[in-house]
Design a protein around this ligand. Structure first.
Ligand SMILES: C[S@@+](CC[C@H](N)C(=O)[O-])C[C@H]1O[C@@H](n2cnc3c(N)ncnc32)[C@H](O)[C@@H]1O
Length: 414
């Protein structure tokens, strides 16, 4: 099969009015493998001129959602990660500036109340045994008290703000290496946390940190609410893009998405500590990670000249299974999401080209082969862009230790 040649592009240079990747609420919370807002903006400007609705079935931190609603589009977002509903509620606000200011004041007061806790009184507090591994005991009881108070609050914007703040702080002040996406403890972090405990005590440090976080969140959300007339977003977190009934839930003019990476996944594991703080049982956490791509046994196989040739070259049985699971669930989830795409609608997919057993797998070619050759979609464009700052899952036991240096954007018309 003859494939089109990707056009070399730098999306950062193309979209001149966006010169940083963390403006507005884009960096409200850490999410691994976010895409840069410029890519979404490029797709919106070039392929979906009539505004309308855009869908991201693998929405992650919600980059597509924020770019859409600040540029006059409405959006639907779905993701397997159940925690994203907390981020989206603040990142893509549906409340007024007035409501927001009121809730910031409430959150501020509650942070102060939390820090009037008399630590000696909570010494024997019962805590979740699973969390012992991540904290020294004093810090664990302290955070247990804080999370207990937050969970007792009625559902409100200020409650979600506190959840976001303490997601971040409970990870930062744990043995987890919070600067890395994968959840693991490190000697460096242990030492640092133990020193914080021995020094001035952690209460004051954490109080200051919580106030700083609230200020940061307030600044970005206020800027968003003051300067933009935001369109509506529907979101469904904790749902599987492979089975979600997209065609019943939405009618989209475009899909702008980046599916999980072939060998660099485990998004749910990244958020495990946060889930434990919210009281998710191990079974519940597992029920989400089991549906993460590519951990399930596929019901079929994606075939085609290119994909078959690549599969034949992989000798390791486990890698071959992962390869087949990845393509089955990714392609079928994209196809499932596309059932909600209007005829003539655009499907924009951003993917990498990972290496398996020294073999480069160009994912965009598999997408092309399936959607263009087998399903009658029309190719509009394919681009190659250099990754500048995405922090992928590099390091530890990664089969692709250098990460991926290029990304590809394939644009199809239904
Ligand atoms: C590359 S990330 C998307 C990042 C997003 N573009 C952003 O800017 O933040 C892929 C996402 O797919 C999600 N995911 C993995 N398996 C899924 C499934 N079966 N259904 C829905 N989402 C899934 C992960 O939770 C992750 O957030």
């Amino acid at each position: 099969m003859k494939f089109p040649k990707p056009k070399i592009v730098s999306f950062r240079d193309e979209i001149e009015d966006v010169n940083n990747t963390s403006y507005l609420t884009h960096s409200l919370y850490y999410h691994p493998a976010k895409f840069i807002p410029q890519i979404v903006r490029y797709c919106l400007n070039k392929y979906t001129k009539n505004k309308g609705k855009t869908l991201d079935p693998f929405a992650g931190s919600g980059t597509t959602g924020l770019e859409a609603v600040t540029n006059g589009y409405s959006a639907t977002l779905t993701d397997i990660n159940p925690l994203l509903e907390y981020f989206y509620e603040i990142k893509l606000p549906e409340f007024s500036a007035k409501e927001w200011s009121k809730n910031v004041l409430i959150a501020e007061r509650e942070i102060d109340t939390i820090f009037n806790i008399d630590i000696s009184e909570i010494k024997n507090k019962k805590y979740d045994k699973r969390l012992e591994y991540w904290y020294p005991i004093d810090l664990l009881t302290f955070f247990t008290e804080i999370w207990g108070r937050i969970s007792k609050k009625n559902k409100s914007i200020s409650k979600v703000v506190l959840i976001l703040i303490f997601f971040k702080i409970s990870k930062k002040y744990s043995y987890a290496e919070h600067s890395m996406p994968k959840l693991f403890t490190s000697k460096r972090k242990r030492k640092e946390i133990e020193e914080t405990q021995r020094g001035n005590g952690f209460g004051k440090t954490i109080l200051e940190e919580a106030r700083r976080e609230l200020k940061k969140i307030n600044k970005s959300v206020s800027e968003l609410l003051t300067n933009y007339n935001l369109k509506k977003v529907d979101y469904y977190s904790g749902v599987d893009a492979y089975t979600f009934p997209f065609n019943k839930k939405t009618r989209a003019d475009s899909i702008i998405t980046s599916p999980p990476y072939l060998q660099a996944q485990e998004y749910i594991r990244t958020f495990k500590l946060e889930m434990m703080w919210l009281g998710y049982s191990n079974e519940k956490i597992k029920s989400f990670s089991k549906k993460e791509i590519p951990f399930r046994k596929p019901e079929g196989t994606i075939t085609g000249q290119y994909i078959d040739k690549k599969r034949d070259r992989i000798k390791n049985k486990k890698l071959k299974e992962m390869f087949d699971s990845y393509f089955w669930f990714t392609i079928k989830a994209l196809e499932n999401a596309s059932t909600s795409l209007k005829r003539g609608g655009r499907l924009c997919v951003l993917v990498g080209n990972p290496v398996m057993e020294k073999e480069t797998v160009e994912i965009w070619k598999v997408i092309y082969e399936y959607f263009v050759s087998q399903k009658g979609y029309k190719l509009l464009d394919v681009f190659e862009d250099r990754i500048v700052s995405r922090k992928l899952f590099g390091g530890r036991k990664n089969n692709n230790p250098d990460g991926m240096r290029y990304e590809y954007l394939i644009v199809l018309e239904k």
